[in-house]
Design a binder for this molecule. Structure first.
Ligand code: AGP
Length: 617
């Protein structure tokens, strides 16, 4: 996924573009480039590496009031200056986020017109296509190109004979835009525009936005003018900055009490509940009225499918356990990239829950679209307001974690957990699977967990010390049972993606069926033992790995009785009932991964090869 920004107005365009790209760098950081109108010509500057490299190259060399900028996460073609965006052909210069799936076929056709690419990118083919169709009317050329392009795209396009003007179109990849007294701006997400405006609109798919310094005109492909729906960002610029923390990830780990409070509190209301016998009583219950999610969503289904990717999918693993425990209906969790090709069995009695921090993950969006095609009811748990997945779902439960900049998801994950807990409680109450007083008790316990998460952050020095013993590891295991197994999966991806240490999450009871052969002297095993009902079994599993020389880090609770000889390090979580331990244990695993990566001197916020949201397949 790439970062896109465009500006036309009264400010120094290269300054606006470079600062915007810096804000967007978490979306992709292999290479970067800008193209600006200067003295009636289009000047292009590109560089491999971080935006700072491009800034050095650009500083002081351009005098412009209109331009486009791009940070790349390579999909087609290696990391090189020639593959960096913007790409030009004839009178067209563009930047692109997405994947053009039929670019080989198009390249063959275009070669016949003498247009031979110099890069290995699909984006350059798009520039060549638009140029080949351009006869003086940009909208016509773009509309014709859109009818030929297959795949996902968000384009910002300059036409050399129409200065100070930017043309935009999107399909599958995000674009937001705003007009201010400084001029008109467009970007792949609001983080880059917040400095100029909190009011914006999402460019609808297959509509063309024309940005000039005087305003933005949006039209259908046939030229019909449309009025975009305006949205307002509720968070401010500081939410998207480090505010004194060394890394965004550390800041976002520490924001979890607040992000949980913002996600849970607006959905818990003291209300009068009418019992079946007609009596009434006051309870503190989950309430989705403001989210426009009626109880009927939960009453008319007999099966739930959760579809997501990465950490969001791991939140779904926890949701499945909760739902099956409380609702006693079948729940499955699908990796979204698998779901969409496994011909899933869906109908109007299925509730499909998609989970996505960005709301733009291509595979999850495709899973949602397939679910709707098959008649399933769709509810999404999303962090970015107005994102594609949010807009295309029947119902949305927003997590209010605020902007999550670090590639490794932390506060969004625990906010997704909170959403699943609230849905499970309301779902069970709506179906009569639990009584109101039980629902109220669980809801109040969820609220109390916010304080336990706060207390968990106080363990950071202990965790910092423990992580020193992981710095040189090359392989590592996470083991757990039940909720702890679901959490182990999340702990493993957190560690892998920012420390580059290979790790694997394993159901503790499964080790002896093969993987125990990999447990050798000194290999670190992080054992999650927070669930009392399986504690004795977990201790047996810890004995199995200990007997083979593993270095054991035990994450458990004060009351757990475990022989000291079984572990090297023990982390006792703050007091919470077992059901809520995933929230506090998640913070422990996040901090272990963070400090290990930090000690290894790695780029914690922007780990190699990754991007914050994968808007391509
Ligand atoms: C998690 O730390 C990763 N950044 C990644 O697995 C992420 O959760 C996944 O790509 C899904 O992103 P989304 O929540 O924006 O859909």
């Amino acid at each position: 996924m790439c970062g896109i920004i465009g500006f036309t107005g009264y400010l120094d365009a290269s300054e606006v573009l470079i600062s915007g790209l810096s804000a967007l760098e978490y979306r992709g950081y292999d290479s970067a480039g800008i193209a600006c109108f200067e003295d009636g010509q289009i000047a292009v500057r590109k560089s491999v590496g971080k935006v700072a490299m491009l800034a050095d190259k650009v500083s002081g060399t351009l005098h412009s009031f209109c331009g486009i900028g791009h940070t790349r996460w390579a999909t087609h073609g290696g990391v090189s200056e020639v593959n960096a965006h913007p790409h030009s052909c004839g009178r067209v210069t563009l930047i692109h986020n997405g994947i053009i799936e039929n670019y080989h076929e198009l390249a063959g056709e275009l070669a016949a017109t003498g247009r031979i690419p110099v890069s290995q990118t699909d984006s350059e083919i798009a520039a060549m296509l638009i140029d080949s169709l351009y006869e003086g009317n940009p909208r016509d050329a773009i509309a014709k190109a859109a009818s030929r392009l297959e795949g996902a795209y968000a384009f910002c396009i300059l036409f050399s004979d129409i200065p100070e003007t930017i043309y935009c179109i999107r399909k599958g990849s995000p674009l937001v835009a705003c007009h201010t007294e400084d001029g008109s701006l467009v970007a792949s997400d609001m983080v880059a525009l917040l400095r100029y405006s909190k009011d914006y609109f999402v460019l609808p798919e297959d509509q063309i936005a024309v940005l000039s310094r005087h305003g933005i005109e949006v039209t259908e492909l046939d030229g019909t003018v449309v009025t975009p729906v305006m949205l307002h960002v509720t968070w401010d610029m500081s939410a998207a900055q480090k505010n004194g923390f060394k890394h965004y990830m550390l800041k976002e780990i520490h924001e979890q009490p607040e992000s949980l409070r913002r996600t849970i509190t607006p959905r818990t209301m003291r209300c009068v509940y009418r019992h079946d016998d007609g009596s009434c009583a006051e309870y503190y219950l989950p309430d989705f009225t403001a989210d426009k999610i009626p109880d009927s969503v939960f009453q008319d289904v007999n099966r739930v499918v959760i579809a997501a990717c990465g950490t969001a999918m791991h939140a779904g693993l926890m949701g499945r356990i909760l739902f099956e425990r409380l609702l006693r209906i079948p729940v499955t969790v699908s990796i979204a990239s698998e779901f969409r090709y496994e011909n899933p069995i869906l109908d109007e009695t299925t509730l499909v829950i998609t989970v996505s921090q960005s709301g733009e993950t291509a595979d999850t969006l495709a899973a949602l679209r397939l679910s709707r095609e098959r008649g399933a009811k769709t509810l999404s748990i999303v962090n970015v307001k107005g994102s594609s997945i949010a807009r295309e779902s029947d119902y949305v439960l927003y997590t209010h974690a605020g902007p999550e900049i670090a590639v490794a998801s932390t506060k969004a994950y625990t906010a997704q957990l909170a959403a699943f807990y609230l849905i499970a409680f309301r779902f069970a109450l709506a179906r009569g699977a639990i009584k109101a007083e039980v629902c109220a008790s669980m809801t109040e316990q969820l609220l109390s967990t916010i304080h336990s998460v706060d207390d968990t952050l106080l363990l950071k020095n202990q965790l910092k010390d423990i992580s020193r013993h992981l710095v040189t590891a090359s392989n590592l295991f996470f083991i757990g049972r039940s909720l702890d197994y679901a959490l182990s999966c999340e702990g493993s991806i957190k560690l892998k993606e920012i420390t580059y240490i290979h790790s694997e999450a394993y159901a503790a009871g499964e080790l002896k069926h093969g993987t125990l052969s990999l447990i050798t002297e000194g290999i670190p095993v992080i054992a999650l033992a927070t669930q009392s009902d399986v504690l004795s079994k977990m201790i047996s599993n810890v004995k199995e790995v200990r007997a083979r020389g593993a270095m054991v880090i035990l994450i458990t609770k004060k009351e757990a009785v475990v022989e000291e000889s079984l572990y090297d390090y023990r982390v006792d979580l703050p007091d919470t009932p077992d059901l809520y331990a995933p929230f506090t244990a998640a913070v422990v695993l996040q901090l272990l991964a963070y400090y290990t990566s930090s000690y290894r001197g790695l780029d914690v916020d922007q780990p190699r090869n990754l991007a914050k949201s994968v808007t391509v397949e």
